[in-house]
Write a protein that binds this ligand. Structure first.
Ligand SMILES: Nc1nc2c(c(=O)[nH]1)N[C@H]1C(S)=C(S)[C@@H](COP(=O)(O)O)O[C@H]1N2
Ligand SMILES: [Mo]
Length: 433
């Protein structure tokens, strides 16, 4: 196979996808498959006797029985949530990060969904849990879990991201030697199923003066946020299921508010109260941690949307490229709280040249979206970047552009372009360009 048949689309080895798919399998087979696979690809080259002699032991005995609840392979036990260093395990305030670099596709397994708990995870008996809708309504309502389960439900795939995700890259003066999980682990994607809030609000009868809703959780600290009524009437749901099963305790069992595309903190878990009002409550949870400090020192209250952002997950921080000068599929995730992802560009030379990545379907609004780009690494230093644009026309800023808009110690809603440095030894490290 001639190497010249694969067309370059940008500097430092980024390749045209179509020409790579035409010739890429043969190219990568010749550089990475071992002798067994190579001979198996030639039928007739191996006798049936030598094939059966090479059977591993599990092909010669019956396997074990299935169990009532499935578990991942024991060989994948390193794929775990990671506790953010600043929050000790015993603390009631804890942040666990998703191993985002182990994920392919756009759905995070529920057991690996990131989780942020300001007051621990309450043990809620579903029979005793109540959801109230009150305030500026004609008919205050009280629901138990069983009565909510009777309502028609919708299912949608959406990301959930903490406003503090990637905070360390916003504030740190020198780039940290961290994995994608450590830097970016407060983002996950799931299918969320539940009741559109507009149906419940219609039943309650919202009064004309209503503008805001105070949503409160049933955790010990009464985590609460003020949310504009319009958003809740638009696409918010009371989520009862995640990825086909009832929401897990760390995600808000028995129910949570789900506000697509808006900052994680508003997605109140263990939801027990929605108070319809004409003004925000300025709760402790919105006035303290979750306000943005701008470059002139002013505080921006209520930055609801999660902005357009992307990340190359393969390869990413602390990984080692196994093949020097090999063919790689660069793969990553892009998302925007404003809608669908329209464009992802990738650079392998630190931003000198860019090429359009392939965006994999499904391309859903306010959802993780997978992109990919074939790359031939020439074995020397490279800097990989990805830059996402959404359908609202928002473009991911550089780190410097983002920092110019914010105070030096501001860290929420950081969405600067992520750079991974590949050294000639194949080590991948976080870097700032
Ligand atoms: N009741 C309650 N809701 C909460 C929180 C909380 O501590 N208590 N944490 C918030 C924060 S900061 C985030 S980022 C998301 C995280 O949701 P997850 O734990 O399901 O990933 O939940 C939000 N909802
Ligand atoms: Mo958060």
């Amino acid at each position: 196979m001639k190497k010249t048949s694969v067309k370059a689309v940008a500097g430092n080895g980024l390749l045209d996808r179509r020409s790579f798919l035409m010739s890429g399998i043969a190219l990568s087979a010749s550089c990475s498959l071992g002798p067994l696979a190579a001979s198996a690809s030639k039928p007739g080259g191996v006798s049936s006797q030598s094939i059966s002699e090479s059977f591993p032991e599990w092909m010669k005995v019956p396997g074990h029985a299935a169990t009532e609840y499935g578990q991942p392979s024991a060989h994948e036990s390193q794929v775990r949530r990671h506790l953010q260093k600043s929050a000790p395990e015993t603390s009631i305030f804890s942040i666990w990060h998703t191993p985002i670099e182990n994920q392919r596709g756009i759905i995070t397994p529920s057991g690996l969904h990131f989780t942020v708990n300001h007051n621990g995870i309450p043990d809620i008996a579903p029979q005793r849990h109540v959801l109230m809708i009150h305030g500026l309504v004609e008919r205050p309502l009280k629901f138990d879990v069983d009565s909510l389960m009777l309502y028609p439900m919708v299912s949608n795939i959406h990301f959930l991201e903490c406003a503090g995700n990637t905070a360390s890259n916003a504030v740190s003066l020198t780039s940290l030697d961290q994995s994608a999980q450590e830097l970016f682990g407060q983002i996950s994607g799931s299918e969320w199923t539940g009741i559109p809030l507009k149906h419940l609000f219609k039943e309650a009868g919202i009064k004309a003066s209503a503008k805001w809703v105070i949503a409160e959780g049933a955790d010990g600290g009464s985590h609460s946020r003020s949310i504009p009524l319009d958003k809740l009437l638009d696409d918010a749901i009371i989520a009862l299921y995640q990825n086909g099963e009832r929401i897990r305790p760390s995600q808000g069992y028995p129910m949570r508010l789900f506000v697509p595309g808006w900052e994680g903190n508003l997605n109140i878990k263990w939801l027990h109260r929605l108070e319809v009002t004409d003004q925000p409550a300025y709760t402790k949870d919105e006035s303290g941690l979750y306000s943005d400090i701008l470059e002139d020192g002013k505080i921006q209250r209520f930055s609801f949307h999660m902005d357009v952002k992307s990340l190359i997950t393969h390869p990413s921080g602390r990984q080692l490229l196994p093949e020097k000068r090999g063919f790689y599929e660069i793969s990553g995730l892009a998302w925007s709280g404003y809608g669908k992802i329209k464009l992802v560009e990738v650079s392998a030379d630190g931003g000198k040249t860019w090429a359009r990545a392939h965006i994999e379907s499904p391309i859903l609004p306010k959802s993780l979206t997978r992109f990919s780009m074939p790359w031939r690494w020439n074995g020397t230093d490279a800097i990989l970047l990805s830059r996402a644009t959404d359908e609202a026309g928002r473009v991911q800023p550089t780190r410097d552009q983002w920092r110019a808009q914010h105070a030096s110690y501001s860290f929420n809603h950081y969405n600067g372009i992520q750079a991974w440095h590949i050294s000639s030894s194949g080590v991948v490290e976080n870097c700032y360009v």
